[in-house]
Design a protein around this ligand. Structure first.
Ligand SMILES: [Zn+2]
Length: 460
């Protein structure tokens, strides 16, 4: 009986947690996805960001996103719009070599569709549902993926200001007499990444100025959305691809000191080195394996499962991963960048954040973490689109939505323990009362008998 009641309570909690309180409006609100490259999660705590705080105080905040390995710009931007780990979408690094086609990829030479065709970004897959879409300088924007591009797109051009980018995006979202506005738009901005590399994230003076400019741009975005009447009508999701960590000339790993460059072809360098051995792979690996205490060497089959970075032809036979803040160079003592990213995706310094606001989101709600691959299924739900196969889940992201009711796990555990204690107390009381009745009598008759008892002082 006790167990049945408990299961009933748990069943009610479960049913309530999965119940959809209200249906999505039809058609769903438009969605604007914005990335500020290299926005490390703790910048939010370190620097005043009044406009960003205003946005998520009226919406939701995810304090930290666990992004995908390697924590570089292109792999992570493609994961945000596909929900896939890098090994599954095929954009694995800033520099790649494809052993099947013998092609080379670099972020400034990225427009061969072959590199991108292992996945479909949201601005392409949404076209299948009859939506118009836009991609403003997001990595892959101008590439013909699956023989298509977004309805509107712009190739990356650092000369175009944030204001100009926002102006185009809002124009595309509004549409005109001939064309409906786009349902989904992705917008990219290269700060605070660019300055983080130059100054290093620990430079408070420089970074506070950079983050002020980023926040001013968020203010400009909000203002533009208000002016055009889109504010409050569309869903806005602001996020980033990765964080940033401080590097130092005292933390250099020189590959040439371990292995002569004639022994291998170098595909990518730091902080994750990709190497193709040219002779005796085992001997090459052994030399690299003992090269430096702050660098781990892996043969491709031994790359840890948790990195989801093994099952792709474009991952080379040997990879080297530097510890946080260490820089791999070929030779010399020159530090290329004061700040860098690309390191292990379990490091908090590599994590970005996510904030969102709009009619579909809860108001003033925060959670501590989410996987960055969860953002794709969340966006599909916001747009009422069927998601492509992906590595994400709605388990936690669902709680960000106004139409969903979620119970905090500690609250549910507390409730269950409370009910259990109450039922236990009732059972003990019941057994105690039962133990006081004469053998063979029924409990409620016993009360009746007690009323007639001559010993009852009321009858004396
Ligand atoms: Zn980046």
């Amino acid at each position: 009986m006790l167990l049945k009641i408990l299961l009933g309570v748990l069943g009610c909690v479960g049913a309530f947690a999965t119940e959809t309180v209200a249906e999505q409006p039809s058609p769903p609100p438009q969605l604007l996805l914005v990335s500020f490259d290299g926005f490390r999660a703790d910048y939010l705590r370190r620097f005043p960001m009044p406009n960003l705080k205003l946005l998520y105080s009226q919406g939701v905040l995810v304090e930290q996103l666990t992004n995908v390995f390697i924590t570089k710009t292109f792999p992570n931007h493609y994961s945000l719009v596909t929900g896939l780990y890098a090994e599954s979408h095929g954009i694995l690094a800033s520099n790649m070599y494809d052993p099947v086609s013998h092609e080379h990829f670099h972020i400034y030479n990225d427009s061969n569709p072959m590199w991108w065709n292992e996945a479909r970004p949201l601005w392409i897959s949404a076209l299948d549902s009859g939506y118009k879409t836009a991609a403003m300088m997001w990595p892959g924007s101008d590439v013909t993926i699956g023989n298509r591009t977004a309805t509107h797109f712009s190739a990356y051009n650092p000369q175009v200001t944030f204001k100009q980018r926002v102006g185009n995006v809002t124009k595309w979202m509004l549409g005109d007499e001939k064309d409906k506005g786009v349902m989904f738009a992705a917008l990219y901005w290269e700060e605070p990444d660019h300055s983080g590399h130059i100054f290093g994230p620990d430079n408070d003076t420089a970074m506070s100025q950079v983050l002020k400019e980023v926040d001013d741009n968020i203010g400009l975005l909000i203002s533009e959305l208000k002016t055009t009447g889109l504010w409050g009508r569309v869903n806005i999701l602001i996020t980033s691809d990765h964080g940033m960590t401080q590097c130092s000339a005292q933390r250099l790993i020189q590959l040439d000191s371990c292995l002569h460059p004639d022994n291998y072809t170098l595909v990518d360098l730091s902080p994750v080195t990709a190497i193709i051995p040219l002779r005796d792979p085992e001997a090459v690996f052994k030399l690299l394996d003992k090269c430096h205490q702050h660098m781990k060497a892996y043969k491709k089959p031994d790359i840890p499962d948790r990195l989801h970075y093994r099952n792709n032809d474009r991952i080379q036979p040997i990879i080297l991963i530097a510890d946080e803040g260490w820089t791999i160079v070929l030779r010399g003592d020159e530090l290329p960048r004061l700040g860098d990213h690309g390191y292990d995706n379990s490091l908090p310094s590599m994590h970005p954040f996510m904030a969102a606001s709009g009619p579909s989101f809860r108001q003033g709600y925060q959670i501590s973490s989410l996987q960055s691959v969860d953002i794709y299924p969340l966006m599909c739900k916001l747009l009422s689109l069927p998601p492509q196969p992906n590595n994400g889940t709605m388990t936690r992201a669902r709680c960000l939505l106004a139409a969903e009711s979620c119970w905090d796990v500690p609250l549910v555990i507390g409730l269950v323990v409370g009910v259990l204690l109450m039922l236990t107390a009732i059972t003990v009381l019941f057994r105690y009362l039962s133990s006081r009745r004469p053998p063979g009598s029924r409990p409620f008759q016993r009360l009746q008998v007690d009323d007639d008892d001559d010993d009852d002082p009321m009858l004396e």
